[in-house]
Design a protein. Structure first.
Lengths: 347, 538
């Protein structure tokens, strides 16, 4: 009994409840004609697609800048990298590496100025971050039309200028990570080894960073900025580093997302990318000022699993258009429930 | 004094906060028409005693109190301030509790407004009664007049000078006809001297009408001017109750601060006056809110324990905070004859100074992190200890093993009670948290250690342990310790020299063997001129 209670304390009710729900969806799935192996593939692929974006939440949370609602800024840097790579006609691994390479300077620049901004609005980071995300997306809506891209793969067929809303990666670097060392079992199960390895690599870098002197200082800044200052740490500098890291992870994260998804989504594409990432890390057990890699992994699996399973299973079970509504109510209701539990525990 | 029954009789009042006894068996009588002065150091229990009398909720929430309170011979138990108000007790707090956007009249009669019927009340009931403004104005005017000041009842509180606000608050308390006992907590602290004079005069006039007054202040001269009797509190006990005529400022000051001077102060013989100067402050100023340091020039010798005392708000806390770069500061600070860059905590730490903050939970600890981090963090960041360089120093990898070892070492050395190095700091008791803060500073292995209020909010047993470990550290490593404390007795028990700060300046430096009276006089700013400082004793 005590062991059960200890486990519940450690895992937390929101995670246990969501895990139960997810499990029951998997159990019910075959009886309504949804294949379990296919569902598992979908869950794993979605985990790989979103994992790095969620990982990008960690540095800012740890430094006390709150949840990175300004993730679209990093995503825009990634989109710039991706489009430049295609513009130059890079394909295959070179294309993907090029995209990361071109995205990085943008992410550094955006992250640096975004960090400077957040240092001026201490205490209101999350609200300002939301506006930064939204306004940068709107600004880029104009820029995608105006920037001098020439590649016929990307611009509108009529008029001959301005980028399309979705650009196919077919022939460039589609599934470049997914297809690396892929394990296939039967016709319906696929394990995207390359993408998961890449996630593990990025998570390892994050883990290692938080074991260095700077990473330790950043954690202390998030825990108690006054303590950190008294220990001679430049609090604003640590926060800026954290914001830059979050932005860079956002940029790389969207590239991984795209190579699996197969398309680059411009214009309003990045608009709502921050919310699923925020929800995932919170469901994973992070609070507003404490997060770790485990939170990322558990949260992403649970949240993406739920997003994969609810539409397919409930669609099949109810057999009506109502399923979409039910799915939204259940998944968002879960997020709200998780958030209420999280805040009570952390503050 | 006639042989009548006292208006207020408090008997055997005892109060504990979380096992920390702040009042012990306090007895207090106040007669009608009497002004009683209540004096004591910060933390002597004055405010707690008044909170008990006034039925403040904080008392009930922390476990209530023992003892009885009688008014006119009848025992009363106040559950909340409203009960106290009904019984005729009024209180004027240090902070203004007035509504800025209301006029003096409205503030004075707040929640006691004179109402009159109108047509609407006949239909909708008494909640819609209108205010009888002329009548209210008259009442307000009358009570302001009683105070002997000239305030228009129609002035908005936000437009009043500070003194008038204080009078408005007084007027609010005295306008009520049932008022019998008025408690004034430092009413003159915010007033100019002439305003304070007017206030004192009006208090005498109030007392003449039969109202009893309990007057709390740090300005001892005022106490002598207007009080009939004086009760002196120290460490939660009444140490003396005297009639004003039988005493003088010197005696009161001595009683306030001085316990019997024990043999403890003699144990500081290790200090040698001729050692070199290690820290010198030259015209230091520090802009720390509430603790402004104006102009401090000091020389501190190598290896001594130097105490800094003084009343709250006079700037003693600003000195270490300014030197360590936590608040804007100016002037010059030198360590080993090398200037220290101010306003830069990293520079102060790098130069070999460490600081144990008075704000333990706010600045001193990472409450949500494990103990080993708390202990090792400052040394790691400021001096690159507990790090392993990887890739030729490109990456500074945290050495968790070394951190844990140093934490275990200090937990053992300082006898910190915890479940292990991975326990979170917020789970420890106050005394053990303070030891963690000390361990953090010791881990830096400083040449000069600043310790600010090391025993605030911890119980008696832990206090002596903390002081003992400071003294041991000083002896063993020859570390110069500069200790700031509100508790004079604590300073006298371990320091070699003690400076008293008054109004942001050093009022004087005394040896620990100086009498309580000398310390008391310096604290209340009675000895300003240079000649009377140390020489008077030596």
């Amino acid at each position: 009994m005590n062991r059960i209670r200890a486990f519940v304390d450690k895992a937390g009710w929101p995670r246990i409840i969501i895990a139960m729900l997810l499990l029951s969806l998997f159990i019910v799935a075959p009886s309504v004609g949804v294949r379990v192996d296919q569902s598992m593939t979908n869950t794993i692929v979605r985990f790989g697609m979103n994992g790095i974006l969620v990982l990008g939440m960690v540095p800012m949370v740890q430094t006390g800048c709150g949840l990175n609602f300004g993730l679209p800024l990093g995503i825009i840097a990634g989109l710039l990298g991706a489009t430049i790579s295609i513009e130059l006609g890079l394909t295959g691994l070179a294309g993907f590496a090029g995209a990361i390479g071109f995205a990085a300077p943008f992410a550094l620049l955006f992250g640096w100025s975004y960090g400077k901004l957040l240092n001026r609005v201490k205490g209101n980071e999350m609200m300002i971050a939301t506006y930064v995300g939204f306004s940068s997306v709107s600004f880029m809506c104009m820029m995608w039309m105006l920037l001098p891209y020439r590649s016929p793969k990307m611009i509108w067929g009529y008029g001959g200028s301005g980028l399309r809303t979705t650009i196919s990666l077919e022939g460039f670097w589609i599934h470049i990570l997914d297809n690396f060392l892929t394990i296939r079992i039967g016709p319906n199960f696929m394990f995207p080894t390359g993408m998961i390895l890449f996630f593990v690599f990025m998570a390892w870098i994050m883990w290692a960073f938080f074991h260095t002197k700077t990473g330790t200082a950043m954690t202390a800044v998030g825990s108690n900025p006054d303590y950190a200052r008294a220990a001679g740490i430049n609090v604003d500098k640590m926060r800026t580093i954290a914001v830059i890291m979050s932005t860079v992870y956002g940029a790389i994260g969207i590239l991984v997302f795209q190579q699996s998804f197969g398309f680059i989504q411009l214009y309003n594409g990045p608009f709502f990318m921050a919310l699923p990432a925020v929800a995932a890390i919170l469901i994973g057990g992070a609070s507003v000022n404490k997060a770790n890699i485990t939170n990322v992994v558990i949260g992403t699996i649970l949240f993406q699993g739920l997003l994969t399973m609810t539409p397919s299973v409930i669609n099949s079970a109810i057999q009506s258009d109502l399923s979409e509504v039910v799915r939204i109510i259940i998944s968002n209701g879960m997020i709200v429930y998780a958030l209420t539990r999280v805040t009570r525990k952390s503050r | 004094m006639t042989e009548q029954q006292p208006l207020l009789h408090m008997q055997g009042i005892t109060k504990e906060y979380f096992g920390n006894r702040v009042l012990t068996d306090v007895c207090l009588d106040v007669n009608r028409g009497e002004v009683l002065g209540l004096v004591g150091e910060n933390g002597a229990g004055k405010s707690t005693l008044m909170n008990i009398l006034f039925g403040m909720s904080v008392i009930g929430q922390t476990g209530g109190y023992a003892g009885t309170i009688c008014i006119d011979g009848k025992e009363v138990i106040f559950q909340n301030p409203f009960d106290a108000l009904k019984a005729g007790i009024g209180m004027v707090h240090q902070e203004f509790s007035l509504i800025p956007g209301f006029t003096a009249t409205e503030n004075i009669l707040l929640n006691g407004e004179i109402l009159q019927d109108n047509i609407v009340t006949k239909v909708f009931g008494p909640r819609l009664k209108t205010l009888d403004l002329p009548e209210m104005r008259a009442i307000a005017e009358k009570s302001i007049e009683l105070l002997g000041v000239d305030i228009s009842p129609d002035t908005l509180v936000s437009e009043m000078p500070v003194g008038h606000k204080q009078f408005t608050e007084l007027a609010r308390e005295i306008h009520r006809p049932e008022m019998k006992l008025l408690v004034l907590d430092e009413p003159t602290a915010v007033l100019t001297e002439s305003e304070a004079q007017v206030l004192l005069t009006s208090l005498r006039r109030l007392a003449a009408t039969g109202i009893a007054i309990i007057f709390i202040t740090h300005r001892l001269q005022e106490i002598l001017d207007i009080c009939d009797r004086i009760v002196i509190l120290r460490d939660g006990q009444v140490v003396k109750e005297v009639a004003t005529g039988d005493t003088d400022i010197g005696q009161i000051a001595e009683l306030m601060v001085g316990r019997s001077v024990g043999a403890k102060s003699a144990s500081t013989s290790g200090y040698d006056k001729d050692t070199e100067t290690i820290v010198s402050l030259d015209h230091l100023w520090v802009d720390m809110p509430g603790e402004t340091v104006r102009d401090v020039t000091l020389e501190i010798h190598k290896g001594e324990i130097f105490g800094i005392g003084g009343l709250a708000g006079q700037g003693k806390l600003g000195i270490p905070n300014g030197i360590m770069g936590l608040y804007p500061a100016g002037g010059a600070v030198t360590l080993h004859s090398k200037p220290i860059r101010l306003n830069d905590p990293a520079a102060a730490l790098a130069a070999g100074m460490a600081f144990v903050s008075e704000d333990r939970r706010g600045v001193g600890l990472l409450l949500e992190e494990a103990l080993d981090w708390n202990i090792a963090f400052t040394a790691m960041q400021a001096q690159n200890k507990f790090l392993r360089p990887l890739l030729g120093g490109l990456i500074q990898w945290r050495d968790d093993k070394a951190i844990q070892n140093v934490a275990l070492e200090y937990i053992k050395a300082l006898d910190i009670k915890c479940t292990g190095t991975d326990q979170r700091a917020e789970e420890l008791s106050g005394g053990n948290q303070q030891k963690i803060c000390l361990a953090k500073a010791f881990a830096v292995q400083p040449d000069v250690l600043f310790v600010s209020e090391p025993t605030r909010g911890i119980d008696v047993g832990a206090k002596s342990l903390v002081l003992e470990s400071l003294r041991t550290y000083n002896r063993k490593n020859g570390t110069t310790i500069i200790m700031v404390s509100s508790e004079l007795e604590e300073l006298r028990s371990i320091c070699d020299r003690i400076a008293i700060v008054d109004e942001g300046r050093i009022a004087g430096i005394l040896p620990p063997s100086a009498t309580a009276k000398e310390f008391g006089l310096l604290m209340i700013g009675k000895l300003k001129n240079e000649e009377n400082k140390v020489e008077s004793h030596e």
